[in-house]
Design a binder for this molecule. Sequence first.
Ligand SMILES: [Mg+2]
Length: 369
Amino acid sequence: MSGMQITGVTQHHVSYPLEESFEPTWIPDYAQHTHEAEVFEVETDAGITGVTASPSFAGGLEYETPLSLFLAGEDPHDIEGIMNKLASIDLVGPRPWHIELALWDIIGKDAGKPVYELLGGSDEPVPAYASTGQMLPADERLEYVEDRVDEGFEAVKLRITEPADLDIVREVRDAFPELTLMVDANKGWAVRVMDDEQRWSVKEAAAVAEELEAIGGVEWFEEPLPRHNYDGYARLREMTAVPIAGGEFNERAGELHQFLDRDAVDVLQPDAALVTGIKRALEVAGRAREDGVKFVPHTWTNAIGFAANLHVIAAIDGGWCEFPHDPPWTPEAWGAIVSEPFEVTDGLVQPRDRPGLGIELDRDVVGGE
Ligand SMILES: [Mg+2]
């Protein structure tokens, strides 16, 4: 270890106004007007500060004091030791895995290297798919897809909440025969502020998968079932040729191994900021590779979570990077907490060749100094 010590944690609650209301399919019947995030700065006695962020609720979730208690005096290079401590935070508090990202930010800044390089990766540009978050009428969605194709995207992820929404997928397919499509049913989890999500049985999900097979060119069918129904995923996978994806919001490596143990998915999608942290993401990705399962992390949180997942993708030589874009949830909105939002050029996103996670906080939005 380095002898460096963490001296404290500073938290900032961010409530960033969206230009209009946003109705994500994972919060049924709820219109979101702000981007809510908790931003953390992990400070050290070496003068290096690591940053991270977590999605949040309106009003915020305050846990700066307990985090300082857990982390003060620890060497930020001791990922395993700190992960062991963090593993007990969600006994009474929020999921702590996003904190691990700040440790990598510190380690990278200390080494003067981007995180992907420390993990054995390169800055080769990664193909990005444009990821939607809302249900829109078919004509509006077609306009959206046209804009993305004009920008150079070769893949788009559409949302469906019920079988009737397959009409939108069909219309997009008819208009763009060459476009790669991902289809996300968002049945894995939901934030039930206003209403329950609509769930499907394995049989109902299989019927949708059959329609997707007929539509063709579907890269994967995402979260057709609740996220802990591993046996259901395994049964569904046997019933269809469409690749099945899941795992974006499961908990820890153990739950991801459940999918792998049962041959339950073709594509595993844990988000480093929500499920694994960066180190465990690489460990799980290694096993997924051995099992012939693709590893394509969910990235839909904020620009820091996105950056962390992009480092993972760059380190594992991953195939796709999810690029959230569904106005008003634009790269500028989900990237408001950083000084330079991410962008896609000719369908590719570039890992940043800068120390640590490679981002800087936008102080006008986040506050602090
Ligand atoms: Mg999803």
